[in-house]
Ligand binder design. Sequence first.
Ligand code: KE4
Length: 429
Amino acid sequence: MDTRSRQLFEAAKEHIPGGVNSPVRAFGAVGRTPRFIASAKGDRIVDVDGNELIDYVCSWGPGILGHAHPRVITKVKEACEDGLTYGAPTQKEVELAALIAELVPSMEVSRLVSSGTEAVMSAIRTARGYTKRDRIIKFKGCYHGHSDGLLVKAGSAALTTSVPDSAGVPADYSRNTLVALYNDRESVEALFQADPEGIAAVIVEPVAANMGVVLPEPGFLEFLREITLRYGALLIFDEVITGFRLALGGAQEHYGVVPDLTTLGKIVGGGMPIGAYGGRREIMKMVSPDGPVYQAGTLSGNPIATTAGLETLRILKEDPSIYARLDEKAGQIASAVKESAGEGVCVNRIGSLLGIFFGPDRVKDYEDAASSDTVRYADYFGYLLDRGIYVAPSQFEAMFVSDAHTQEDVKRTCLVIQEYFSGKKAGRG
Ligand code: KE4
């Protein structure tokens, strides 16, 4: 029952584009009315009709500890009593920058911003300022936020510039963005060979999680590290999703590949709006007011956001066994799918990050992911939602497991998934 959600959705459309403040929330890909959420605690969210759902969206990643972790809430409540924002430096920013540098050693120096988009936009500007080069390489299917230069797609002649992938982005803005194929070394080599001294940076999601979840082939990240060094370009790991999720030190710790710059978001804010970008001191000294690369933000390092981020990272640091627990629970869910779905369903998983694809038996790159059957995914989504399991409303997003997911709820999730696939095999429409 979603009566109140329907009413709110109609009302929302009066004053908000599509009725939502971020497109994926509109449930357009799954043909359902988006659930308007009233509250969340632990691994549960409650919608405005009182339906309690086991949440595997986790706000698209920030919720690694689950919703409303008591320690985080207590600290945030205390911080609010001291005021919400000062527009001046605070001790918490010093502590958070030091903690980021401790947990992600390649981020010796970092700057806080208010979103992943801002972090990526600023990291790219810094890379261009540092190398004095204009072009960047991104990968088809990887998403790095909505800054103009990244809303692009491969141009007709793949070796030339890209073209805008959104209305409102001037062709000029896409001119300096080149598009390669994830897990395809030749596509990267070719772009560098065609432009050996013009590429400032390669930006990559070390685990792609915006085309569903696609893992790097063995050696792919090492190859990106080698080729960027070879051509004098910087390697940027966009760890907005993988940061503090794959390991305390993120994907770069997990894979042992060290980028020149890293972008963070989501978990680093513990559910509050924080992004961050950072790297070696010699690169970050380019950033204003030290250097000529300008970047600023009214709410950057906001005291409430930094409180939530600090407490979240401190909890993760205090108890690194969380990562084994996350892996075990997510492994149960992956096994439930693999053991019941049979042919034509692929599960990609790393730690607590899962992608379930309908159609292909294996998904190793964008082409495989794009061949997925989104209608079958929508059917799966609706079946789970109707039974109290809330997964991403799009085939091309990820499933997130948190430390708050109880064994009981994981088991229930596995049961519903097994029920879905066995029903399909038995001919249920
Ligand atoms: P934000 O500007 O949304 O904080 O971060 C942009 C971003 C950057 N890099 C990566 C790898 C990301 O996944 C994101 C944002 N992720 C999406 C979900 N795939 C956010 C959800 C949404 O757009 O509503």
